[in-house]
Design a protein around this ligand. Structure first.
Ligand SMILES: *Cc1c(COP(=O)(O)O)cnc(C)c1O
Length: 365
């Protein structure tokens, strides 16, 4: 299947942001987007990269009523010599298909998916910011578009990819977050959809997040829905605790999202000599370790921030400080290592990085 490319006229192109220190996240999008349609009996058809525009949807498009909507998030990075890299894109592609399967949506051909990302990123290469820690965020999305009411899997879908420049996550250095442990609300239940990137999970997380924010905390630390005891994840990131000399993270048991960064942190930390354990960990164990002083570090992992240190934990009307509220050395080390792999600044022992465009050749002589 050939991807048609229809370029926006120069006149219609947007002005690129001049101040890269002010990009933030998810506010600016480029001049083009990729989309492809699906119809039952016909399969995927009409892949195109075309000028960025609003979508046209029937008011009864099923995604609007029954929530068949899934997405992904990854980034393209510009190396020092101008080369462009992706980081483990096939993991995102596979995860999107796992999400599609769970929500009875059609699977996307992995080759077309990767080709669409590459072609779109290369077409929009001038939008990739140059500042340290900046990148081009890539958001693949799939929605049910069949115009019909009635709960059943839709027979028509739209898959699209938008990209936009995003700023460095820590322009002023690390700032540890404050977590609010939610006992009243849950994010996911066993047998539910917590292990896939589906829009429905995020809508239902907003209420607890608002409570946390109103109380001055950055993010919600979710506990398991059955015993209200085991730690699951934090906000939209996975969570790690360094207790004694062991780095502990909850297992992938169906209720947490299998983060690409989580997996990278596990592999890299082990490679660098830290013992990593995937096992259920209760909030009581975390609190006890915090009280005893054996909880050395806590940090979240995700594509947006790579690693986000946690400095404070609120549980049952009490605040606990982790590492004196400061960034731990393991979090910082892992952050730097992964960042350098992503930007082509050091060896990539795991083969995680894919170069999609060559940089300038070193000058001879
Ligand atoms: C996206 C996401 C993560 C992190 O996944 P990455 O692949 O590392 O970006 C973790 N938890 C939730 C709920 C998420 O949506």
């Amino acid at each position: 299947m050939e991807i048609t490319i229809k370029k926006a006229s120069q006149k219609k192109r947007k002005a690129k942001p001049i101040d890269e220190s002010n990009l933030g996240f998810g506010k600016v999008f480029t001049d083009h987007f990729f989309n492809i349609k699906f119809k039952e009996g016909k399969g995927w058809y009409d892949p195109i990269i075309e000028p960025y525009r609003p979508l046209q949807l029937d008011p009864t498009a099923m995604c609007l009523h029954y929530g068949q909507e899934i997405f992904e998030g990854l980034k393209a990075y510009r190396g020092e010599d101008g080369a462009i890299y992706l980081f483990r894109p096939n993991e995102n592609i596979k995860r999107m298909n796992t999400s599609a399967e769970r929500l009875c949506m059609p699977l996307m051909d992995e080759k077309i998916f990767l080709e669409a990302i590459k072609k779109l990123v290369i077409l929009e290469k001038d939008w990739i910011p140059r500042g340290a820690g900046t990148s081009l965020y890539i958001r693949p999305t799939m929605i049910a578009t069949e115009p019909a009411l009635g709960v059943h899997p839709a027979s028509e879908y739209l898959f699209f990819i938008v990209v936009g420049p995003v700023g460095a996550y820590y322009p002023q250095g690390f700032s540890p977050t404050k977590m609010y442990v939610s006992e009243e609300h849950v994010r996911a239940t066993r047998g539910g959809t917590g292990n896939v990137k589906a829009a429905i999970n995020y809508a239902s997380s907003l209420y607890a997040s608002r409570i946390a924010t109103n109380m001055g905390y950055t993010q919600v630390l979710w506990l398991d829905a059955i015993e209200n005891k085991y730690v699951e994840e934090v906000g939209t990131s996975n969570i790690f605790f360094l207790i004694g000399d062991e780095l502990i993270t909850p297992p992938l048991a169906g209720t947490i999202l299998p983060g690409v960064t989580r997996n990278s942190v596990i592999k890299l930390a082990s490679y660098l000599g830290t013992k990593v354990v995937e096992r259920p960990i209760s909030i009581h164990e975390v609190i006890e370790a915090a009280e005893k002083g054996t909880l050395k570090e806590a940090f979240a992992s995700g594509t947006a921030a790579i690693v986000s240190p946690v400095g404070q934990l609120y549980y049952r009307h009490k605040d606990y400080f982790i590492n004196g509220g400061k960034t731990g050395s393991l979090a910082e080390k892992l952050y730097n290592e992964i960042l350098q792999i992503q930007y082509g600044l050091k060896d990539d022992p795991f083969g995680w990085r894919i170069k999609i465009m060559e940089g300038k050749k070193a000058k001879k002589g």
